[in-house]
Write a protein that binds this ligand. Structure first.
Ligand code: NAP
Length: 524
């Protein structure tokens, strides 16, 4: 029988601790890392296909959103023929990689986690510069990337051996999980370490090979991760580093007949396009292509009249404005029962006014820039729409400075069907919606096409029970913020237009990258 059970000596999974930046030693290490990385900005990076470095005429410039004239890195971008070459290369590498034993594959993840842990401050610094994460947001992103490696490595040890089946008399039977083939891994920029590393490691620990197309806003941190994979000795061709502009060559990753699956995290629009293109019949296609699509959100926090109002205000502010509101899990709607609505608004306004906005490398700032110029423009357009749809409570415009800085913006008295209550803005804009009672608040919370995260603040257990049954989101929290899902503890992913119901960081996740083969032998 193949893939015998291994004796597992790996300790139980625990989440990577976050760095305490109030400690002088940690502050100094972060300052030193920022200085070191500042000296490495602006370098050129090649594509890596089968271990070979490839240059092209297409250049993708990654810029620092806190100082857009500062180039973080210049990336050779793929053309459609190069994407094809990368997929063919990954397909050849699959033939040998799929035969590598599962515990050996898991070991690459454990060693990569170890290196990331040792380079945590440096990886943090790359994200501070590349995507405008504050120190603690960048640190949480790296910690999550480490967690994905540790968690999926352990999961592979669990799923690698033959799985138990109901005994059949006169037969010897087993079920073995086997890989799919070549996967296109297409992450977003907003968790450019965690989501990129999570989707990539899940794809290759299961025995598949990968063509990794990082977001054009965050290729540098992906390049650093690919360096780590090379350093731990991952064979060439298993993970190919193939940046390319989604709008120009994105479809080529999806429609190649040897692309067996696509793992995507990003917007609803691109996710639906991938879903459509991936499922189109093609003459040479020999499988029903699998897609794992994790998409947008319009997440709500419901504040009940029986809530601890101070805790609710804090939870809403942190969920709405952490990483500038650019988390798929960010609270973009606060739905507040009328009885406590005026008091909630007064407290929220005071709390939001304490947020300091400015360059992400300065730890005094609790909010950095939004990721790029087109985001800045689109968010500003939504603020203008919001001014007409509701009452501007605080914020409402640029926060000054040379970067893409916006004030944290709260718009009150918004109707549940208003555009800013329905469409994903993906920036520091919060719509506050009054509800006549708790039941109406839950109904409003459910009234969008998305279903990613949500939270309820209430001290009444019966109301929480009702929300558990009726609030239709993939990740529901009570009396806490709606961001900050932990690998293992909060498997993450949403319903409806938020995606294909996959749960990243959960025990079902690796199965999305595997297929089950059952072997039954008659024994007399
Ligand atoms: P995006 O614009 O959809 O881009 C995501 C990725 O898709 C990028 O790598 C992008 O490349 C690529 N892409 C663009 N067009 C493509 C095409 N035609 N074919 C193939 N790939 C293509 O999203 P984003 O702005 O990076 O990320 C923000 C979105 O992600 C938000 O909607 C957020 O809610 C969602 N998100 C969801 C989750 C979740 O778990 N559900 C987690 C995080 C983020 P380029 O950069 O080159 O355009």
């Amino acid at each position: 029988m193949p893939g015998q059970a291994v004796e597992t000596k790996v300790a139980e999974f625990v989440n990577e601790p976050l760095t305490d930046f109030s400690q002088p030693e940690n502050r100094q290490r972060m300052e030193a890392a920022l200085k070191k990385v500042a000296g490495e900005l602006g370098r050129e990076y090649d594509l890596i296909i089968g271990g070979e470095r490839v240059k092209t005429g297409e250049k993708i410039k990654s810029l620092n959103p806190s100082r857009p004239e500062q180039v973080v890195g210049v990336f050779h971008g793929a053309t459609a023929p190069l994407v094809e070459k990368a997929i063919e290369t990954a397909d050849r590498a699959f033939e040998s990689w799929k035969q590598v034993k599962f515990d050996e594959r898991a070991d690459y993840l454990f060693r990569a986690a170890d290196l990331m842990r040792r380079r945590k401050f440096e990886l943090n610094a790359w994200m501070v510069y590349e995507v405008g994460k504050t120190w603690s947001e960048a640190d949480a992103d790296v910690a999550e990337a480490v967690d994905f490696c540790e968690f999926y490595g352990r999961e592979m040890l669990r799923l690698g051996p033959p799985q138990p089946l109901t005994p059949v008399k006169g037969e010897k039977n087993y079920l073995q999980y086997i890989p799919l083939g070549v996967g296109a891994v297409i992450p977003p920029w907003n968790f450019p370490a965690a989501i990129m590393a999570g989707m990539t490691t899940a794809a290759f620990v299961t025995g598949n090979t990968v063509v990794l197309k990082p977001s054009s806003d965050s290729p540098a941190i992906a390049a650093k991760f690919v360096d780590i994979l090379e350093e731990v000795g991952l064979p060439p061709g298993v993970v190919n580093f193939v940046p390319g502009r989604g709008s120009a060559v994105g479809d080529s990753y999806v429609v190649h007949p040897k692309t067996r699956f696509v793992a995507f995290t990003g917007s609803k629009e691109v996710g639906l396009r991938i879903s459509e293109f991936a499922s189109k019949p093609q003459p040479e296609l020999r499988w029903v292509r699998r897609t794992v699509l994790e998409m947008g959100g319009k997440d709500a926090i419901v504040v009940d009249n029986e809530a601890d109002l101070d805790a609710a205000v804090e939870g809403v502010a942190v969920s709405a404005f952490g990483y500038q509101g650019q988390k798929c899990s960010a609270c973009s709607r606060a739905i507040v029962v009328r009885e406590v609505y005026p008091e909630f608004l007064t407290k929220l306004e005071a709390r939001v006014k304490k947020i300091t906005v400015g360059p992400a490398d300065n730890p005094a700032n609790t909010m950095g820039p939004v990721v790029n110029k087109s985001s800045l423009q689109s968010i500003q357009e939504y603020i203008e729409i919001g001014r007409k749809e509701g009452r501007l409570l605080t914020g409402g415009g640029p926060a000054g400075g040379e970067g893409y800085f916006l004030q944290p913006t709260v718009i009150a008295d918004v109707a549940p069907t208003a555009r800013i209550a329905q469409e994903e803005i993906f920036g520091p804009v919060l719509a506050v919606i009054p509800a006549k009672d708790y039941d109406e608040a839950i109904a409003i919370a459910n009234n969008t096409e998305f279903g990613l995260t949500g939270s309820v603040y209430s001290k009444n257990p019966a109301k929480l029970k009702k929300a558990a049954e009726q609030f239709h989101v993939g990740n529901l929290y009570f009396n806490r913020k709606c961001t900050g899902a932990l690998v293992g503890g909060h498997p993450f992913g949403g319903f409806n237009m938020s995606g294909t119901d996959s749960k990243a960081g959960g025990r079902d996740y690796l199965l999305l990258f595997l297929q089950a083969k059952v072997v039954s032998e008659k024994v007399v």
